[in-house]
Design a protein around this ligand. Structure first.
Ligand SMILES: CC(C)(COP(=O)(O)OP(=O)(O)OC[C@H]1O[C@@H](n2cnc3c(N)ncnc32)[C@H](O)[C@@H]1OP(=O)(O)O)[C@@H](O)C(=O)NCCC(=O)NCCS
Length: 402
């Protein structure tokens, strides 16, 4: 019986999600189902069926993602899993092919995902667009270089109050930062602020701490505490899920708070913003134990629409030739800069669609690609001009692992 690839019916979705979770060595609970049936309706999913039984799934949340100069509809690829009985038979490849056709039809120019393993998605045209960091910082060595003194006041609130207080702070920061997905009210309440027992991994419930500076909410932290003792001494870990401030002072105070929690010796942050000012504000940056990883992978599903949606710095436009074996509708030449989009002009640079995705949000530029031998310069000087055009004031950051 051949494997059938298609959208699951509503009544098939739960089984398909269960199959995907079994791919991860787990299963779906009633609580997961109640949350996900709203975030991921059947029409945003594609599943594989063997003799009518779901054996794999790939889903796509409906987001808008911030890009340089605005935001654009984005398929948040998620719930990708194949049963261990059916792995390495080409099912993922077929799911990816169908999903990208669907995303294009929905009019979403880009798709994005966090990969369980970084080697999987390049072959489907995904490029590493947002690096992400981890911190396992030694709290005992935390000290600011130039400390103006503690500012502001803190209070711990419940999830419902956090929803009212922290959402505007997040939205404020989001406007200026490429790489951040939108959060609906459902997402805030059932994902970010929700606190399932299954997510705790031996740590406390979630704490929602809100910072006020000059009478206004200016930052917040969402975290758990994992309590540990050794030889009579506390060695607890603060697990930071999100730390946000709207100004340099607010960011400084958010980290000061997290590093100052009693009975803890480590601040563990994931995902941490590699461009966070923390690295430059502490006296001992090595003690942050920062590690750099891949974060958000991006797929330009409709290259023309994606390139027209973002902004560029002023300068002479550059024509890039794009190869795209997996989505051949994208093959061709595109202009970057003024009046961006598809063109008949001759390419001055040539690269793969995954590498164009790596520069799209501003994490890398064409000079970075050239040093990695991932772009060909056909017209001398085009690399430098193109790098200038895509430069952004801030590199992207994605605080949401989905
Ligand atoms: C990863 C997973 C989805 C792959 O599914 P699959 O149906 O076995 O993949 P396919 O047979 O379609 O393989 C497609 C290609 O990806 C490659 N590939 C698959 N899994 C890979 C992995 N984990 N690492 C590197 N490459 C991988 C295959 O070698 C194949 O390469 P090719 O096109 O060059 O021949 C599946 O193994 C799985 O469910 N894993 C556990 C859950 C998980 O990690 N999900 C991904 C969440 S982001």
């Amino acid at each position: 019986m051949p494997i059938e690839i298609r959208q699951p019916a509503e009544e098939e979705l739960r089984d398909a999600m269960h199959a995907a979770e079994q791919g991860f060595g787990a299963g779906i609970t009633d609580e997961d189902w109640e949350r996900e049936r709203i975030t991921l309706p059947a029409q945003r999913a594609v599943a594989a069926f063997d003799d009518g039984r779901a054996v794999a799934l790939a889903g796509a949340y409906e987001f808008e993602l911030t890009i340089p100069g605005g935001q654009v509809p984005c398929a948040g690829v998620t719930w990708v899993g194949v049963l261990p009985t059916h792995r390495r038979q080409g099912i993922l490849r077929r799911l990816m092919a169908k999903q990208l056709v669907d995303v294009r039809e929905w009019g979403e120019p880009i798709a994005a995902l966090w990969a369980s393993e970084a080697a999987i998605y390049g072959r489907f045209g995904y490029g590493l667009a947002v690096p992400s960091a981890t911190l396992k910082a030694d709290s005992g060595r935390y000290e600011l270089r130039d400390d103006p003194g503690r500012q502001g006041t803190w209070r711990l609130v419940d999830a419902a109050t956090a929803f009212d207080l922290v959402r505007p702070v997040h939205d404020h920061v989001r406007r200026a930062r490429p790489g951040m997905p939108t959060r609906t009210e459902h997402w805030w309440r059932n994902h970010r602020l929700a606190d399932s027992e299954n997510w705790r991994r031996g740590a406390s419930e979630k704490f929602y701490a809100v910072l006020e500076l000059d009478g206004a909410v200016a930052g917040y932290a969402i975290y758990r505490v994992k309590s540990e003792w050794e030889g009579g001494f506390a060695k607890g870990v603060v697990r930071v899920l999100e730390a946000v401030g709207t100004s340099p002072a607010a960011e400084r105070e958010v980290w000061r708070y997290l590093f100052g929690i009693d009975l803890t010796t480590t601040v563990d942050v994931y995902p941490f913003d590699p461009a966070s000012p923390l690295f430059l504000t502490v006296r001992d940056p090595r003690a942050l134990h920062m590690g750099l990883h891949d974060g958000l992978w991006l797929r330009l599903v409709d290259v023309d629409a994606a390139l027209r949606a973002r902004s560029y710095r002023s300068g002479q436009p550059v024509v890039v030739g794009v190869r795209d074996e997996f989505c051949p509708w994208n093959e061709g030449a595109y202009r970057l800069g003024a009046e961006p989009g598809r063109t008949d002009a001759a390419p001055e640079l040539e690269l793969d669609v995954a590498d164009l995705a790596a520069v799209y949000l501003g994490a890398f530029d064409f000079a970075h690609l050239a040093r990695a031998d991932r772009v060909r310069e056909l017209t001398p000087g085009a690399l430098e001009r193109a790098s200038d055009l895509v430069h952004t004031p801030l590199p992207p950051f994605c605080p949401e692992v989905f």
